[in-house]
Write a protein that binds this ligand. Sequence first.
Ligand code: BES
Ligand code: MN
Ligand code: MN
Length: 443
Amino acid sequence: MADLVARVREVLPSVRKDLEDLVRIQSVWADPSRRDEVHRSAQFVADLFTGVGFDDVRIVSEGGAPAVIARHPAPPGAPTVLLYAHHDVQPEGDPAQWHSAPFEPTERDGRLYGRGTSDDKAGVATHLAAMRAFGGKPPVGVTVFVEGEEESGSPSLSRLLEVHKGLLAADVIVIADSDNWSTEIPSLTVSLRGLADCVVEVETLDHGLHSGMWGGVVPDAVSALVRLLASLHDDDGNVAVAGLHEGSAAEVDYTPERVRADTGLLEGVTEIGSGSVPQRLWAKPAITVIGIDTTSIAASSNTLIPRARAKVSMRIAPGGDATAHLEALRKHLEEHAPWGARVTVTPGDLGQPYAIDATGPVYDAARAAFRQAWGVDAVDTGVGGSIPFIAEFAKAFPEATILVTGVEDPNTQAHSINESLHLGVLERAATAETLLLQSLATD
Ligand code: BES
Ligand code: MN
Ligand code: MN
C-alpha cells in the first residue's frame, strides 16, 4: 500500500500535464459554436486511457455530446468499478474578470486556475492517476465513463445508458465530481439535490408603447415579471411555492462566518431562508432566477416593454420528485401573475435528487482509503448541487454501491470566474481512489 502511495506521487506530474492540455480544450457543450471542442476533448480523453493500456476504448453518443467508455476487464473473481467524470465544462463568463486566461491553466499558490481544472477535468485526472499508478492494470475491473454534457443537464444520458447498459454495468460506481469539506478534510457526499428549470414569459401588451403616453394606465411586462418572480419567496427569503418537499439534514456545524467567507457575501447583505445552513443547502428546495431576457439599458427608450422572459432554476431536496416539483413551480407561476398578465411556462431540464445509504463494506473500505490518503477521516456531507447521472445509474444498477467523491474544495469557484483546483487535493483524491481500488480487489 505504501508503494501505491509513492506510485501516485510519481505519476502525478504526467497527469498534471495531461490535465493542463485537457483544460486548453474549450469543451463548452452549451455553446453550439464550440461543439467541435467537445469532440476534441472526448478524443483527448479516449487517447489518455488508450495510452494507459486499456484495449477497449470507445467514444459513444446517442444524439447528444460524445462520451468516453474505456474498459479494463475484471480479473477473475474481482468486482468491476465504474469511474465517472465529465469532460464538458461551464461557459467561462466574462474573460476580463479572470486573473489569468480561462483556458490557459496557470498555477498560483498551489492552485491550478482555469475553466474545468476542477469541475470536472480533475475528475478525469483522478481516474487517470489511479490507472497510471497501477501501470494500466488495476486489480479490479474498471470502466471509465466520461460524460460530455453533464453541465447541460445530461439530456441524452438515459439513451446512452439504455444502449450501452451491458458495457456500463458495475458493482461499485465512483463519481469524482463533488466537493470536499476543506483542502485538508475530505468529504464523502451522501446527498445531492435535484434540479428542475423553466423559462417563464410574461406578456402584457400587443406592442411597445410610448411610456409617457400610457405609463400609469397599462402595465409593462418587466414590472409584471419582477412581481411574479418576487412571489417565489417570502420576505425572509424562504421559497413560497406550495407543495415542495423538505427533508432533514445532518447537524453539521456551518457558521455564518464560513458562509460569508465561502461565498463572498457582501458586507451588510444577509443570508436568506430559515433553518440551519446544511438544512437550507441540502434538505430544502431553493429557487433562483438565472437569466432574464428583456430590453438592455443601452437599447432602452421611453417605451413600455410588451414581453419579457426569465429562466427560473429550482433545486429539489432528496425525497422530492423533480417532475412533480416542476409542475408545482409551473402552477405557481401561472397563478401569481399580477394584473392578469399572460404567462407561458416552458419546461427545461430535470434531474432527480439522490440520498445515499453510506454504509456497508465498500463504504468501510472507502473510509479506510480516505483516512490513509488524507490522514484524517472523511466527513459525510450533503451538497446543494446536482449530478443527474447518479439517480439514473442507481435506477439502472440497483445493486451497485455508489460513492460520490471529488476534487473540489470551498475555494474552487466552480461555474464562476477564476475556477481552480487545489493541487494537494488532487494528489490526495487520486491516492484515496487508488487505495480504494486496491482494497476492493482483496476484500
Ligand atoms: N460538479 C457539479 C455538481 C456539484 C455541485 C457537486 C456542487 C458538488 C457540489 C456538476 O458539474 C454540476 O454543476 N451539475 C449541475 C447539474 C445540472 C446542469 C443538472 C448543477 O448542479 O447545476
Ligand atoms: Mn461537475
Ligand atoms: Mn458543474
